[in-house]
Write a protein that binds this ligand. Structure first.
Ligand code: ADP
Length: 456
């Protein structure tokens, strides 16, 4: 019994200890699972919360970028919001590029219209200014910004313009003068386009109109100048045919007829000279003429023309050469001398002078002691057919074209005609030649400024 107990007791104790340890182990394992589940749940919640917070933060960043000017790049985040930002930014950049391209196109287009030599003005269907270039603004005295969307007829009130615009028949352009800017003449063309819109093109034709008016005046003047001697001649011819004249009377009539034909010849010859001057190229600077023989020839011709009625003073030798057209220079200076001879009363003095000016230009002057010219006539003297005293001019064989020829000649040589005159004080007509057209002839030297040889 004791042995059996000895054998059983340790085994029971061992089994009990095993059960206790097993039970304890089982309990511990249960605890671990619970804790693990709990930890996993907490971990999951933390992770979800973190993702939520991060996404919300990214969404706010994207929203802030969208609300702003979108100049910087979109937030470069990972995930959905990052992708959305990238896509939106790409779409926006593409849109910006397309807008920029269209704007550049528009600006190029507007600059092209701005560069147009014509005024361009766009009117909307209510006759309000939609756009105009600066030239149109200048033509119609508009302010290209302030006057936008204003009715054009409130700003350009010329009755001719308003009537033309509203008549709606634009086959012929409108010639418009007497606008706010005095002296401006415009040619205006209107072209309808789009939905009741109109394009107005304006062109400054002031010069063209002036040239047309001058041409008309010129033709009228020439006709008048030719008709007068023709009428006189016709009268003489009728007289010769119908009246029995003595030889002396007939001689007188022939003389007068000769005078009239001479007048017409001079006129035609002056007209031809003018036409030639206008139609031929400018004299080059490579043809050099000795000045002294030219001056001597002019003085001789003046003496012949004066036929001893005046004292003609020739200049001292200059030792210079001038570049130009000899025939033109002779004709220009010859006209000045011819005027001096014709307008200076007998007994007067006529000086032909040459001097170098301080700036290197050369001045050929014809100075007379004639009646002089009132100040108000001086600016118009070189106009064709302008005369201070018409009858005196015709009496002395003048055509009214002499000074126009002189002005043309000197301008073609790059110089200018200067006129100084006062009634009772004689006249000075000066041809100023540019320095580039004057040089010293070989082996001669002259001071740059020679004193004025005339003591008045
Ligand atoms: P015209 O053939 O009539 O002389 P010009 O063109 O030569 O034409 O001159 C224009 C006008 O200038 C002349 O009609 C004359 O009245 C005036 N004129 C020109 N030269 C002189 C001068 N030396 N003295 C006074 N008047 C002059």
């Amino acid at each position: 019994m004791g042995e059996t107990l000895n054998w059983l007791l340790p085994r029971v104790l061992l089994a009990f200890t095993g059960v206790v340890i097993g039970a304890l182990a089982f309990w511990w394992a249960g605890q671990v699972v619970t804790i693990s589940l709990l930890a996993a749940t907490v971990g999951l919640l933390v992770a979800v919360g973190f993702v939520f917070v991060v996404d919300t933060w990214r969404a706010h960043r994207l929203l802030a970028w969208l609300k702003g000017a979108m100049q910087d790049s979109a937030p470069r985040d990972a995930g959905l919001y990052g992708e959305m930002g990238y896509r939106i930014e790409r779409a926006v950049r593409e849109r910006d590029r397309s807008i920029e391209w269209s704007q550049r196109q528009l600006l190029d287009f507007l600059s092209a219209i701005e560069a147009s030599p014509n005024g361009v003005l766009m009117l909307d269907a209510n006759e309000q200014i939609a756009w105009c270039n600066h030239l149109a603004a200048a033509h119609f005295s508009l302010d290209p910004e302030r006057d936008l969307h204003q009715r054009i007829t409130n700003l350009v009130r010329s009755p001719a313009f308003v009537g033309y615009l509203q008549a709606g028949s634009y086959a012929e352009p409108l010639t418009l003068s007497n606008l706010r800017e005095a002296g401006l003449t415009l040619s205006v063309i209107v072209r309808p386009y789009g939905q009741g819109m109109r394009l107005i093109i304006s062109q400054d034709v002031t010069q063209r109109e002036r040239a047309d008016a001058m041409r008309r005046d010129f033709v009228a003047n020439v006709s008048h100048e030719i008709r007068t001697p023709l009428t006189v001649l016709t009268g003489f011819i009728e007289t010769l045919a119908s009246l029995p004249l003595t030889n002396v009377e007939r001689e007188r009539v022939y003389g007068l007829m000769e005078q009239q034909t001479g007048r017409m010849q001079t006129l035609v010859s002056d007209l031809l000279t003018l036409a030639q001057l206008e139609g031929s190229p400018r004299p080059g600077t490579d043809r050099w003429l000795a000045l002294d023989p030219l001056l001597a020839r002019l003085a001789t011709e003046a003496s012949m023309l004066s036929a001893g009625r005046h004292r003609i003073h020739a200049p001292a030798p200059t030792g210079l050469e001038v570049a130009g057209n000899e025939a033109e220079l002779l004709s220009g200076a010859g006209n000045l001398l011819s005027n001096a001879v014709r307008y200076t009363p007998a007994g007067g003095d006529i000086h032909l002078q040459w001097r170098m000016l301080a700036d290197g230009c050369g001045e050929l002057a014809v100075v007379d002691t004639g009646p002089g010219i009132a100040r108000e006539h001086l600016p118009r003297l070189t106009e064709r057919f302008y005369r201070v005293d018409g009858s005196r001019s015709r009496e002395t064989g003048g055509t009214g074209l002499g000074l126009s020829i002189v002005k043309h000649v000197i301008q073609r040589h790059g110089g200018e005609l200067r006129i100084e005159s006062e009634p009772g004080q004689g006249s000075q007509f000066k041809l100023v030649l540019p320095a580039a057209r004057i040089r010293e002839a070989e082996a001669s030297r002259l001071p740059t400024e020679t004193p004025h040889p005339v003591a008045r």
